[in-house]
Write a protein of this length. Structure first.
Length: 250
């Protein structure tokens, strides 16, 4: 399977990532967010962060685009428009420093970011103005360029709108799609070569499409409470492992 990922991944790792893409897409579709974060943590334990962030972004672009196409009728167009405007500003700001950040060190940053999102205080956001929506797009897009999975932060920006499930899913997927598009453009502009990763990305997007469809079937049929507790425990262990790997580099 060298054609899928060169010599950086074993055949078993490639198969595992393709399957995991389906599982995490199903999680995001069924429970609103979280799948991208899990996929990021696992990928970061297998590959250098300089590869993980752009490749993960491309996979997530496909996953969120799939989800958006299946729910686009429920989109909050105003939120999407202002978020995209802010996202453009955030991506532009990140472009001036993205090559100066030691991305291997970002394993520790990612782990801390994940643990805070899982166990820290969720921001109590009450602003739904155009200014706030644009600011949310700018800040989360900027962070996404270095941390990778900003889905939980974007999700917290959308929860204040008190959306029903499908409206939340459509708007979240649309916002994340534009954010990951900006990321792909930025990393392509600074010289990241996506070509050797496209077969793996394509396979993960296809499997993610199946996961998305299954997740949407579960969206209104299953209680997420028990699952979220288990999911948080697993993700905590993965984040701690990732932090340990980052610390070993010093």
């Amino acid at each position: 399977m060298e054609f899928l990922a060169g010599d950086l991944l074993t055949p078993l790792s490639v198969i595992g990532l393709i399957i995991l893409s389906a599982v995490t897409s199903m999680i995001s579709a069924a429970f609103g967010a979280g799948g991208g974060l899990m996929l990021l943590v696992v990928m970061a334990s297998l590959l250098p962060m300089s590869i993980v962030i752009p490749v993960h972004g491309l996979v997530q672009l496909g996953s969120n685009a799939n989800r958006f196409m299946l729910t686009f009728k429920h989109l909050d167009k105003s939120m999407f428009a202002f978020f995209s405007l802010g996202g453009l500003i955030g991506a532009f700001a990140a472009s001036s420093i993205v090559t100066r950040i030691p991305l291997e060190f970002m394993k520790i940053v990612v782990a801390g970011f994940v643990l805070y999102l899982l166990w820290g205080m969720t921001p109590k956001l009450r602003e739904t103005s155009a200014l706030w929506r644009s600011t949310a797009g700018a800040v989360t897009t900027f962070l996404s360029m270095f941390v990778g999975a900003s889905g939980p932060l974007v999700g917290s920006c959308l929860y204040v709108n008190n959306y029903e499930k499908l409206r939340y899913t459509a708007t979240f997927s649309a916002c994340m799609s534009v954010q990951h598009t900006f990321k792909a453009i930025l990393y392509g502009f600074v010289g990241f070569s996506f070509w050797q990763w496209l077969p793996l990305v394509a396979a993960m997007i296809i499997s993610g499409g199946l996961g998305t469809w299954l997740g949407l079937q579960l969206l209104q049929r299953i209680s997420a409470d028990k699952f979220k507790r288990i999911f948080r425990a697993i993700l905590t262990l993965l984040a701690l492992q990732l932090a340990w790997q980052g610390l070993q580099a010093f």
